[in-house]
Unconditional design. Sequence first.
Lengths: 311, 270
Amino acid sequence: MLLLISAINAGLIFAILALGVYISFRVFNFPDITADGSFALGGAATTALLVQGSDPATATAAGFLAGLLAGALTGTLHTRFAIHGLLSGILVMTALYSINLRILGRSNVSLSNAPTLLKSWTARAEAIIGNTDRHNLLGWEVGTQDLASLTFLLLLTGIAVITLLCFLETKVGAAMRSCGDNPQMIRALGVSDKNLLTAGVALANGFAALSGSLLAQYQEFADIQMGIGMVIWGLASVIIGESLVGPCRFGPLLVGAVLGSILFRILIAIALRCGLNPNDLKLITALFVFVALVAPQWTRKRKSTEAARHA
Amino acid sequence: MLEIQHISKTFFPDTSNAVMSLRNVSLSIANASFVNVIGTNGSGKSTLLNAVAGTFVPDSGQILLNGENITTQPEFQRARRIGRVFQNPFYGTAPSMTIAENLALASRRGLSRRLGWCLSRQLRIQIADRLQSLKMGLEDRLDNPIGTLSGGQRQAITLLMATWVKPDLLLLDEHTAALDPASADQVIRLTHEIITRDRLTTVMVTHSMQQAVSLGDRIIMMHQGQIVADLTGAEKTSSRPHDLLNRFDALRRRDQLTPAVRDLLQRQYV
């Protein structure tokens, strides 16, 4: 049970990353891989502030803001300096590696003696329900800390999804969606598609950094390597989400991305339990994303050749 | 009032592929005037329109819209005052967004876009109302993605979007060229209705001599990056498609003559 809850917790944390990946890859159709760097940036910024005794909420917000800046930089490189989208992401991501090292001071910083959002939430929960070690959740015994983390992350991810959902329904949000769909059209309607893209990529990386900030607080340490492969993990969640909810508007797809992220974490937890070497995790993920990207093409091709045969 | 003053544009300059698309073109269009631009392929008619729309900055000359110099203004900025319909029906609308959302985006042209809802109930009613005037039954399909519509329906909606907020200038770039004849007729009728109703200053590039003679109050004929004829008043109203075609034939004959004349001169003087 503990395994399941920690898988769900991790899934909820990475769901926020998946929302960011959804914004750049799906809303803007922009292959932004800055997220690998900004995820670690969020974790590093929050950790550095927490170690210095900063308030957890402020530190988390700072992590989010740092991500916004990193994304804005990628967007600016792409739109103002006409650098290829992928390359702008790689540039910023590479630069962020050094920046993250500067922020952290060394490659690994522990948060076990610092306050975190999750610790203060757990403390508050204990104050309300009393300091009992074990709770009964649907017949399973769970610890206070796991339960508190679960409720907190559910709440936070829920807020993130609802905020993004509402945002995409606003005038700016709709303009962003149209920018990914047809930049020529939104330009002809008097909006700078460059500014929209920059803002969108900033937002996407804000979410990635928030996710990194939460992971650092959850696992109680930040690591310079924590961002590696994050874009693919986020993309995997988005793709699983898409196959869960089917073709539809962005609302269900956002919820799908969250569910996809949780499902992905549970699958990984099971695979690791069954003896998968953790070192192979990223290879498996890459293979999975490859298959998920290629499978629709195969089925389409097969259908069209079948149709041609029947015609 | 649109004033185009001595603009020139060469694409791929200093290469063997250099194309002088516009050669010192000047044109002044009064408010509420509806100008047709016709010309052979590569005559520079679409380039002229794109110069006004801001797709590129001309090499020389300037463009003034209602007295304001917009020569170097970025495309999106002038789009706040200029409505545009493209030749390609896919350019004017966002395919995965709904009909209502597309029109809602257009209803904010030139206005701020903040965090208010993109679609209010009131706006939906207005959108349904305006769609009804197209008589295409689209008012019942507000929540369908635009991508499911035909080219003609998309062009009709793009036209509605380009004119929702009354533009200072409407640019139509062969907007019926990609449509079947029936849809083209329908879109042209709608174009005429909207332009006369709102008294819009319009520049329409067209390949159809029929459209050029039956619509608008002025015909500009272009050839090799220059304006070669400007028909207004009685001259415009009395023009028939074959008159225009005869003019094109005359141009073509003149072009054919030029190399022969050059040879003649070379033989005599070199």
